[in-house]
Write a protein that binds this ligand. Sequence first.
Ligand SMILES: *[C@@H]1O[C@H](CO)[C@@H](O)[C@H](O)[C@H]1NC(C)=O
Ligand SMILES: *[C@@H]1O[C@H](CO)[C@@H](O)[C@H](O)[C@H]1NC(C)=O
Length: 359
Amino acid sequence: MILSALIFAGLSSALPQAGGGGQNTMLRFGCSQVVIDRIDPLVNPGLAPSPHMHQVVGGNAFNVTMQSTDIAKLADCTTCGYADDFSNYWTANLYFKARNGTYKRVPQIPNRDLFGDKYTGKTKGGFVVYYVSPGKAKVTAFKPGFRMLVGDANNRVSKNLKSQTCFRCYTGPNFGGDNAAPCQDAKLDTEGFPKGACPGGIRSNILYPTCWDGTNLDSPDHKAHVAYPKNGPALFTGSSVGGDCPSTHPIKIPQIMLEIVWDTSKFNNKAEWPTDSQPFVLSTGDDTGFGQHGDYVFGWKDDSLQKAMDSAKGCMGASCGGLREQQPDAGNACQVKQVVHEDADGWLKELPGMGEMPM
Ligand SMILES: *[C@@H]1O[C@H](CO)[C@@H](O)[C@H](O)[C@H]1NC(C)=O
Ligand SMILES: *[C@@H]1O[C@H](CO)[C@@H](O)[C@H](O)[C@H]1NC(C)=O
């Protein structure tokens, strides 16, 4: 009780405060894994296998050649707590590299329930998705076919972009040490992987751009049609939420954030770690963490997301006025068939795709 009260107090003080007394909307909801597969319809459409593995959440219209179309009309189920969110979100998997050179996938575990939510804590795999709107400023929900990418899977050096993708080392069980806004804690949050063991696991947050050029649903690098506000990512930054957009990208879009939790507790014995480094590696082969990235394809049904973002009262967590919700069993039952059949959970001699010729 005391612990959860403290966590809640910590988070509440970090919540966005709108200027002029208006209230923000912050949707926060769990999404189970819909499939784990070596495909990437955003960066490598049509390619199976694609260069590296991903864990995917959201609607069941996910496939290797997804067109820029209204996928909410093609999907008939979703793994997310909001039943009208048929979007897809995907990120790299995490592996433990043992001293003997073999790899084992680190499980993605549910985050905790907050704000009366009873879904997020019961998801299978997957992660938590956030959509935040600034108090009184209007945000424009994404259009069908919209997609974007955060991060660079090939990056291996610091770019001082901790505010876009970061890792938090949970210092104790039950999300210990988690009382500060994501990607902003000088001690707990890092741009690369934590160097020491994290007894309570590792969390990764990915914050998407909040400014759009108003025209393009996508761009060749999946980034140029969107931009960060001048102050950087906008989540939990008080009255500057959704801060000024550059003139090239004047349209404010919701702040999406992904929040992944890996249960590293079985991998904290340093006698099993490589002798010269921390043991975790992304499915891209990245043992720095600087190549963390997240893909997004919009798929909310009709104008459901716009309605949530416009809500005058503010919506918090996994409940929001007229938005349809579902129960964890229904979300956990939604699945997509794997295309590239590969051992996802055994001890592996090499990471899937990493033994092949570079593309
Ligand atoms: C994949 O989805 C697209 C729509 O996004 C559809 O046109 C295509 O037929 C689907 N392909 C397969 C193999 O299901
Ligand atoms: C490699 O190390 C891991 C963890 O220490 C162990 O579980 C696994 O069986 C080992 N594999 C081989 C082939 O020795």
